[in-house]
Design a binder for this molecule. Structure first.
Ligand code: SF4
Ligand code: SF4
Length: 88
């Protein structure tokens, strides 16, 4: 096992990996539930772990931490996730 010296600064992961998104996001995912099959791929692939599943297994995006990367929209097999421009 490799020992890390205690004085080396290490990033500490937090909810959403990089913390709250702030105001810089340009696009955000909007889920069209009429097309959603509850396959959960977006939930598994979200790079920030910001997609939760409701009790009925429909996904819900936590916009506080979503970075707008669009991975969820890319992996959705039914094109249920649309990346829309943020309204500031
Ligand atoms: S846009 Fe990126 S960060 Fe936001 S929910 Fe989709 S995969 Fe997660
Ligand atoms: S990947 Fe698409 S179809 Fe699957 S749960 Fe997410 S929004 Fe629904």
């Amino acid at each position: 096992m490799i020992k890390v010296p205690l004085d080396v600064p290490l990033a500490r992961p937090t909810l959403g990996s990089a913390g709250s998104t702030g105001t810089w996001r340009i696009l955000k995912p909007v889920i069209h539930y009429d097309k959603c099959t509850r396959c959960r791929l977006c939930y598994f692939y979200c790079v920030e772990n910001t997609i939760d599943l409701e009790k009925n297994l429909y996904p819900r995006v936590d916009y506080e931490y979503c970075k707008g990367c669009g991975v969820c929209a890319q992996v959705c097999p039914t094109a249920a996730i649309e990346m829309v421009r943020e309204v500031k």
